[in-house]
Each structure stands twice: as C-alpha cells, then as structure tokens.
Design a protein around this ligand. Sequence first.
Ligand SMILES: [Zn+2]
Length: 410
Amino acid sequence: MDNSGKSQVLIPRYLCELEQEANIHVNNEGLSPVEISWEKGFVSNIKSIKEGRNLINKILFPRFVESHAHFDKSFSWMNYPNLQSNYENALSVNLEEHVTRTANTVLKRAEKSLNLAIKNGYRAIRTHIDTYNFQDQEIWPKLFHLQKKYSEFLSLQFVSLAQIDFWGTNEGDLFAKNFKLNNGILGGVLVPPFDRPRIIKNLSDMLLLAKKYKLEVDLHIDESSVEPGSGMKILLNTIEKLNSNVKVTCSHSSSLLLLKDNELTKLADKMLKKNITVIALPLTNFWLLNRQEKNTISRPVAPIKQLQKAFIDVSIGSDNVQDPWYPFGNFDPFYLMSHAMPMLQLNPWDRLSLSAIFNSPSRLLNLNWDGVVKKGCPADFVIVEGNCWGDIFSGNIKRKIIIKGNCYKK
Ligand SMILES: [Zn+2]
C-alpha cells in the first residue's frame, strides 16, 4: 500500500514512546529494537521486540530540525574565502560578498541548500537572511515563494538578520509589519565591544517592534571570547525594564562559557525567568573564535550542560555552510551530530544530548511534532544502516529518507 510500511529497526529509547510498559528492550547504547508500522503517512504501531545482538542492522531517527542556518551566503566560500579563518575577517569578506549579492544568487544558494537538506534528512530549518534596509527587498518575495514551493517536504522559517538599529526606523517598522504576514522572526547581532546607551536604545526599539507585531526575536549574541555574557546581561536588563514578554532566542551565547560558575548559575536563572532559549553553534564557534598563535585550546561555546541543568531549552545548530564564516559542512545532520557530540563531550545515549538535537529544535520552531516517534506521529524518518553509534558517526553512512510514509528519491 502507498505511504505504508513496516520495519524492524533500532531507535534511541529517548526518541520513542511505546504503549507497552513492560518488556521494553534497550541495549547498552540506549538503542531499542522495535517493530514499527506506518499507514497513510502516520505511525500505526510501534512495539518493543526482543532481538539477538547485531541482527537488526537499521537505526531509525525522526527527520531532523536545523535551528540556525544562513541560506543567503551558503556555498559562497569558493568566491569569497576567509583564509585567515577569524571572526573579523569573516565579517569583512561577508560585507564584500554582500554588495555583489542579487536576488538570483540568494535564490540559487537557498535552493541548493534546501535540496541538500531534504536529501540528507531535515524536515524543518530556521534560516537567517541578511537584511540591509531595503536593499534586499526583491529577495523576500522570491524566498517566500521558495518556502511555499518546498513546504510539502520541509518547513522553512526565516529570520531577517538586520543591524539592530534598523528596527527603530520607519523602514524597519514597515518591514516587520509585512514580515508578520509570513511568520518571520526579527534578527540582529549583539556582540562586544558595545556602545551601551546606543545598544540599549536599539534593543528596546527592536523588542517593542516585536511586541507591536507579535513577532519573535532571534539574536546572534555574545559570539565572542571577550566580555563574557555582557550581551546577555544587557538583553536581560532591557527585557526587565520594558517588562517585555517577547519570545527571545539567543543564538551562540558563546562567551557565557567564560563566566565563573556562580555567575553563570545566577545568569541562567534570570534567563529561565525570562523564557530565553539558546542555540549552541559549536562548529562556527570552534572554527572562528579565539584563534591564537600559542598552543592552547580555549574555545568559547554555549555551556550546554550547565544551561540544560538550569532548565533552559538548548538546541544545537549548524550555522554556516561553506561561506566566509565556515568553510565546511553540507546541510547534513549527521555531519553536525558526528562533530558536535564528541567536541562537546555529549553522550549520544543521554536524553539531554538527543533533546538538543531533536526535541528542543522542534519546540523552538513551533513545529506540530516534537520529534518523538510514537503511534500517530508522522512517518517522517531517516533510516541509517548500522547497529551502533559508531556506525552512525562513521562519516560513511547509507540512509533512506521517509517523508509522510514514502521513500524520498531525488
Ligand atoms: Zn549565525
């Protein structure tokens, strides 16, 4: 039958919900052998089965969610390389590239990114798009068209990444008003050094505008190895002063790692009270930040475990793909997972590690499905050949993508 199927697979125990309460089998690596069936695009049954070791050679994941991408510049590295590989030069090469950007180049990059992402196993992506005043206005209708065109396969969410002062201008207001119609999100960058009075004013304007049009905010914040957590502190003070309840996501939050333990605990507590969510972006942080001649490794990245311990929802995202900010990557969730988990010392068999890759990003993007495989959920899977985490992280995987119960072929 069409969009129906049945398979015996291993699935991370924390990524599935079984109706039975007893006789659930889980191996040492947290993988459960199950028999899963789906009909008309939805899971109709999933039950734990007893299976001798290594007989099942398939591992099933829910399709992935990317919480932070930059489609507008992806694959621009070849023409605009940043061979110094630091943040400052990335910014200047990015600006150089930006003046040559046209609606068509952006569209081509976005479409290439989308096709790769779907083929590799993503079901939803939040992407930032650089926005400089009205220079880019012809890009947006094309991007919204693309969003619709691909909606059957992938849900796409846009963040308009502008300089923060843009949101206090009349053009910014008009932009936000139109953006609301397409469920967009307001973006900006908050990294030191700060001109405090000016940044507080700009941030206030941005939060008030988001409130006016009921929009969310996603900031690139504290992507730095200096002034630990100073952007976050300014943000929290501004939210408090305005008594704002706009939903704010803090992408990067890298320098928080450099705070003393007790300072981080206090700050995390305030973040929780203000409902701040965090996206950790280890690939670009480890690549760009705090490059030094001396042979020490000191790389700031959001302190994921401490933040999770403080009950803050943390997602792990990829950030840039083959552009001046990061020369590698290819919109492959297994590339991200295989690099991020070892570098951040996250055990793939722990619930919170899987949550940062699968469930938190689903919540962040307000998706209908949280990524837990259970009866009634969409039959949206990535099925990988293998029987252990070593196979998953081998860098050489064979995968099958199931979308709404059907095998995706492209
Ligand atoms: Zn970014």
